[in-house]
Ligand binder design. Structure first.
Ligand code: DC
Length: 225
């Protein structure tokens, strides 16, 4: 079974997807981590990420693999290197290149061999797994997402940047992710949209599990009718 969870940055997709995968005993596919690892690879190689031709050349030599919470770049665990502001920007930039999306889509689809999966990202339900059994689009207001980001930075004892700056960064990234020409961020037409602005983490999980349960019950009933 494939469950996809798409949505903008900071909507709580990662923690929800990870917890859901754990609860159901499914593999967790963090597609954002793959874009991040690829961005790291290109930066380390000194590639100009605005130069599509050059980026394309480097795609052939890159292997990115996921093992639940860890991401491997050509067999090197780079999980601790990909959550920086520099990689936030670079991954967003490389994700606009269609050759990059094609290569990563290919690698993501290969993960289907591992069995049941919760796939998280921006285009999991629209492009990578259009036949997914359940599709969710998790969102929250930009203000709430900025507030969560601030709390996260405070928890990591990192310098608290001004609220307005964080909010602006979130809005800029939303705009970049939803206006790009290839696979823009959008909800699949058959996705359940969940607005988590006023929901706790537990409430979001409960809502998702209820939707899955209800839909399965309904389709079971439909078959017997
Ligand atoms: O979810 P994230 O913040 O780790 O994603 C990093 C970047 O990768 C983000 O700017 C959007 C891009 N991305 C994408 O274009 N498609 C995906 N399926 C996942 C991430």
């Amino acid at each position: 079974m494939i469950i996809t969870i798409d949505g903008p940055a900071g909507a709580g997709k990662s923690s929800v997807s990870r917890a859901l995968a754990e609860k159901l005993g499914f593999t967790y596919l963090d597609s954002g981590a793959m874009y991040r690892a690829l961005a790291l690879y290109l930066l380390e190689k000194g590639v100009d990420i605005k130069d599509e031709k050059q980026v394309e050349k480097y795609l052939e030599d890159v292997q990115i693999d996921l093992d639940n919470d860890s991401v491997f770049l050509n067999s090197r665990n780079v999980s601790h290197l990909i959550r920086t502001p520099e990689i936030d920007q670079a991954s967003s930039a490389v994700s606009r290149i269609s050759a990059v999306r094609n290569r990563l889509t290919e690698l993501q689809r290969e993960m289907e061999q591992r069995g049941d999966m919760v796939a998280e990202g921006r285009d999991m339900g629209t492009v990578v797994f259009p036949e997914a059994d359940f599709k969710f689009f998790l969102t929250a207001s930009p203000e709430e997402r900025a507030r969560r980001r601030e709390a996260q930075l405070a928890g990591q004892k990192k310098n608290i940047i001004n609220h307005e700056i964080i909010l602006q960064q979130i809005k800029n990234r939303d705009k970049a992710d939803s206006s790009r020409a290839v696979s823009p961020l959008k909800a699949a037409s058959d996705a359940f949209i969940i607005d988590s602005t006023n929901l706790t983490f537990e409430e979001v999980i409960e809502k998702i599990l209820n939707i899955i349960k209800e839909k399965r019950k309904k389709s079971g009933k439909d078959q017997t009718e």
